[in-house]
Design a protein around this ligand. Structure first.
Ligand code: SF4
Length: 234
């Protein structure tokens, strides 16, 4: 029991130390996410399988073509696909946008996600994951970035780095992040650290803790990282 308590205390202080070190380096950069929850959802759809410069440009183009949410909600999928074609998968993305806007309008009477502001975290997340093509990660991005909720979306960077830090052990044989893994990881991170850790871990994953060649010798959290499964730990 004593060992478990010592381990728990050590994990807990490491989370705070890591959050502080990452915040000092990356300053909670928001990665251009948006305050309107429906815009954030559309922004995330535009970001699927494309780079940052590309999805920022395609989202801008989408908004220039359809300045209001009513205009997007009324547009046929082929018209929505045109301004986002440079981001790839434009037909699938346009179809997804049409399908989820249909559900949103059916539920709220207009193309808006603002009613989520009055819902509990659990109810808002349940509604979001009920939308076609929206999973727990996307739902929690909308909750965190646009609605200010203290949740922890687990994207590819968060999942990889949390495993290297020993914060979570995959439950799936292929090591992909299952919904229950997202819940387990979120439950281990103090609510007040979730936003900061999420955005700063993304910055770390893009700059230093990359999938194939993490540069541990340059890493601001190396002192607290056991580097589990790291291919070329230095
Ligand atoms: S020490 Fe290495 S494995 Fe750990 S977070 Fe930093 S770069 Fe990633």
């Amino acid at each position: 029991m004593r060992t478990a308590n010592v381990t728990t205390r050590k994990y807990s202080s490491n989370v705070w130390n890591i959050a502080a070190a990452l915040k000092s380096r990356y300053r909670d950069f928001s990665h251009y996410n948006l305050k309107n929850p429906l815009d954030e959802l559309l922004f995330i759809i535009c970001s699927t399988k494309t780079g940052e410069a590309s999805y920022r440009s395609t989202f801008r183009s989408l908004k220039e073509t359809f300045p209001t949410h009513y205009q997007i909600a009324e547009a046929p999928a082929e018209y929505i696909a045109r301004p986002i074609v440079s981001g790839g998968l434009s037909n699938q993305k346009a179809k997804a946008i049409c399908e989820l806007l249909d559900v949103i309008v059916a539920r709220f009477g207009e193309p808006t996600l603002k009613p989520l502001r009055k819902m509990s975290d659990a109810d808002a997340e349940a509604f979001l994951v009920s939308l076609p093509g929206v999973g727990k990660k996307v739902a929690r991005c909308v909750l965190m970035y646009s609605l200010g909720r203290q949740v922890f979306p687990v994207d590819t960077h968060c999942w990889r780095i949390a495993r290297r830090l020993g914060w979570v052990r995959p439950t799936q044989k292929d090591k992909h992040c299952a919904p229950r893994d997202m819940d387990r990881l979120q439950s281990k991170i103090p609510p007040e650290l979730r936003y900061s850790l999420h955005v700063n871990i993304i910055s770390l994953g893009r700059e230093i803790c990359t999938p194939a060649a993490p540069r541990c010798d340059e890493c601001p959290i190396s002192a607290w990282c056991p580097k589990i499964g790291v291919p070329r730990a230095k």
